[in-house]
Design a binder for this molecule. Structure first.
Ligand SMILES: Nc1ncnc2c1ncn2[C@@H]1O[C@H](COP(=O)(O)OP(=O)(O)OP(=O)(O)O)[C@@H](O)[C@H]1O
Length: 290
């Protein structure tokens, strides 16, 4: 286990941000931390990277207290809010971070990998939002860390930059690296994660591989076109967009039989498992009703 959190509680001002969270990060995996705004993801990350200590519970990084600078040496971190020293150029920021590590990646290689090759001499204040984000993510990899902690790495990136970053993350993993990432893009977690932990209101509410979470939610998506919405039993949730009707159900076979028996006119029928995003919404929906 490269990092562990055991029954962590953390209060921030008047907010109980974490209420007994336990989590393991296994060597070599990509673990995605998901949850709605305010769920406690950033707070949990701040415990793991030693920025804060839990009020109760234990946090270990490579078996040690992450508040020790020597324990943090295995880490590469992308901050969520990007604040670079304003007078520096891109290459200087990279050099500044590289200087903290015994065997950093060559600066040019790092810049190339993260699509910053042409921007090395640019003042950091003159970067676009997406370029600054790419630089922040690149810095997490500068020291060849064992564990890269990426808090919302692709927020604000265009599709191409996001895919390029996914490739770099995969490459890091293939080289034996471990990744903990938070994201609001469920599609990103589905593409990259070996394991997902869903937080809600300071607690872990679901945990497993994306496949396992989808299976556990146990819903299928049935979609077809119809002018009228037929009354059908066994529908958990439905949505209509023009004549396109989407139904979520635990038993798609039974639902389709009922649809045919109802005599309703429909076409373009499609049945498929839910996406991770749909499963995530179903988990949170279940929580809200509990
Ligand atoms: N410095 C602080 N003082 C008081 N409350 C805070 C502080 N930082 C965070 N909180 C509160 O703690 C809770 C958890 O916040 P946190 O930033 O961990 O959530 P998150 O899951 O990362 O959210 P987001 O997806 O919006 O980034 C929220 O209710 C937030 O308002």
């Amino acid at each position: 286990m490269i990092a562990t959190v055991e029954n962590a509680h953390k209060r921030l001002g008047r907010v109980q941000a974490l209420r007994g969270v336990s989590l393991d990060v296994r060597e070599g995996e990509l673990l995605a931390l998901l949850g709605p705004n305010g769920a406690g993801k950033t707070t949990l990350v701040s415990l793991l990277v030693g920025l804060r200590a839990p009020d109760r519970g234990a946090v270990r990084l490579d078996g040690r207290d992450p508040r020790l600078p020597s324990a943090r040496r295995i880490l590469g971190v992308t901050p969520q809010a990007t604040g670079f020293p304003p007078t520096l150029r891109v290459r200087e920021v990279v050099e500044l971070v590289r200087a903290h590590y015994p065997e950093p990646l060559p600066a040019d290689e790092l810049l190339e990998r993260f699509g910053l090759g042409g921007l090395a001499a640019r003042n950091v204040q003159a970067l676009s939002g997406g370029q600054a984000r790419r630089l922040a993510v690149a810095l997490a990899f500068a020291g060849r860390p064992r564990l890269a902690v990426l808090d919302e790495p692709t927020t604000g990136l265009d599709v191409e930059s996001r895919r390029a970053l996914w490739r770099e993350i995969e490459r890091f993993k293939q080289g034996g690296g471990t990744v903990l990432l938070t994201t609001h893009y469920l599609e990103e977690a589905e593409a990259l994660a070996d394991r997902v932990v869903v937080l809600n209101r300071g607690r872990v509410v679901s945990e497993g591989s994306p496949e396992a979470i989808k299976r556990r939610v146990g819903l299928k998506r049935v979609r077809f076109r119809a002018a009228q919405t037929p009354e059908l039993e066994g529908v958990e949730r439905s949505e209509r967009e023009g004549d396109l009707l989407t139904l979520w159900t635990a038993d798609a076979d039974a639902l389709v039989r009922r649809l045919v028996e109802s005599g309703a006119a429909f076409h373009d029928l499609e049945v498929r498992p839910v996406s991770l995003e749909e499963a995530f919404l179903a988990v949170l929906d279940g929580e809200a009703k509990a």
